[in-house]
Design a protein around this ligand. Structure first.
Ligand code: AMP
Length: 418
């Protein structure tokens, strides 16, 4: 038997209902904040991610699903959505039509990471991105939108971790200082961090290996290197968050795994998921639009890990088994023929119905009705056909009513309609 590919998963009902309700809530919530849905493809040119995420990040170095396309181009299954949204923003000149465009997108991402709990090779994200706005109030509002989304879902116990990564003006001095310090402790670093030391020393700050954590325990903080503008921006973000009653923690170790971030970086963490504790992450990427060939436009966004959010949500609100409003139990060929037509018409009229055409015994079908959580069953047999009446039974109260067959569809729609 051919099995699932390792690191991938099927999402089965009834869990799919949890996904649907979270996605519906996200759509409604984000649209209230002026965001509109954009749906870029899952396949892009590899160069898009190499240039945006950065050559020396884990994602680009070892986690991308990349393969040959036609005419020498390399194609990649997107490991994240921001680069694609930026590409679409530039390609369709959205900046010319809307000076403050806000988008959200929901869909699968692909990273060849080591599979473990909370970490999959195909996982889902809800992304929000804002273009053209450099105001720190936008940063605060975006974090507010994210946290109130979790609140709407009654997911609690989340902390906002906040940092500033500075800008091309002030970050190089910090990077230099950090590199010098780390070079002196190279023998304590893990092999990955030894590589990062040269190409991407900031990433050493969020390495999870205990020896590396120790090595950076007294590392300099980017916050001490912020230029005046970045410092002012960061202070305003904090004041605005406080004003909106959003608690946050300053975390100078927070650097995020992608190179394109500038200024505000944040992560939303929980203590309820074990090692994979980040439910959402994001930040500003004020240089990225220009870097990818567009006009200079500031931008900010975040990604929520939908798989992890579903896990948190489902732990509190297990997916209900939602059976049909009416389950038809036709006994005999003539009854099945009637049931086929009536159940189709009822479904079309907006009633959740299912008819069982298997020809199994009444007892077997009643068991199935129970298992699927049907609210009512409609029993139609030869006798009912002869008397022109079917029996509609409420599965909870066990009340029964006789339904006149010539008015069956209208009768049930009236009594059961949502
Ligand atoms: P990132 O795009 O790496 O900033 O990640 C944003 C969010 O996506 C994280 O906070 C996680 O919740 C989620 N995420 C990232 N990688 C994975 C993965 N391999 N499996 C499941 N969720 C992930």
């Amino acid at each position: 038997m051919i099995q699932l590919v390792r690191g991938f998963k099927d999402i089965l009902p009834p869990e799919t209902t949890v996904w649907q309700s979270i996605e519906d809530t996200a759509r409604r919530h984000f649209e209230n904040f002026g965001f509109r849905e954009i749906r870029p493809p899952v396949l892009e040119q590899a160069a898009l991610f190499q240039r945006s995420i950065g050559e020396h990040t884990d994602i680009v170095e070892k986690e991308m699903y990349t393969f040959a396309g036609s005419r020498d181009t390399l194609l990649t299954l997107r490991p994240e959505a921001t680069a694609s949204v930026v590409r679409a923003y530039i390609q369709h000149k959205i900046y010319a039509a809307d000076p403050a465009a806000r988008f959200y997108t929901i869909g699968p991402m692909f990273r060849k990471e080591r599979p473990q709990k909370g970490r999959y090779r195909q996982f889902y994200q809800i992304n929000a991105e804002v273009f053209g706005v450099d105001s720190p109030y936008m940063d605060a509002q975006l974090i507010y939108m994210c946290m109130t989304f979790f609140r709407r879902l009654s997911v609690s116990g989340l902390q906002v971790h906040l940092n500033s990564l500075g800008c091309p003006e002030c970050r190089p001095a910090f990077r230099q200082k950090l590199s010098e310090m780390l070079a002196g402790r190279a023998e304590n670093l893990c092999p990955d961090c030894l590589r990062r030391l040269e190409k991407n020393p900031l990433r050493v700050l969020d390495c999870k290996v205990p020896a590396c954590r120790e090595a950076v325990a007294d590392a300099p903080s980017m916050l001490d290197f912020l230029c005046d503008d970045c410092g002012q921006h960061f202070r305003t973000v904090q004041a605005a968050l406080a004003d909106m009653d959003i608690d946050f923690q300053i975390d100078p170790r927070l650097v995020r795994g992608l190179d394109y971030y500038t200024r505000t970086a944040f992560e939303i963490q929980t203590s309820e998921l074990g090692a994979q504790n980040a439910v959402a992450g994001g930040g500003r990427y004020d240089q990225l639009v220009e870097m990818l060939g567009g006009p200079a436009q500031p931008a900010i966004g975040f990604a929520i890990g939908l798989d992890r959010l579903v896990e948190l949500f489902a732990a509190k609100f297990p997916a209900p088994e939602t059976g049909p409003d009416v389950f038809f139990l036709p006994m005999g060929e003539a009854a099945r023929e009637r049931a086929a037509k009536w159940s189709s018409q009822l479904a079309d009229a907006g009633v959740r119905v299912e008819a069982d055409f298997s020809g199994r015994s009444l007892k077997a079908l009643m068991r199935r009705a129970d298992r699927m959580g049907a609210a009512r069953v409609l029993i139609v047999g030869d006798q009912e056909l002869a008397e022109n009446k079917a029996v509609l039974r409420d599965m909870k109260t066990r009340d029964q009513v006789a339904v006149p067959m010539d008015r069956l569809v209208a009768f049930i729609s009236e009594h059961v309609g949502r």
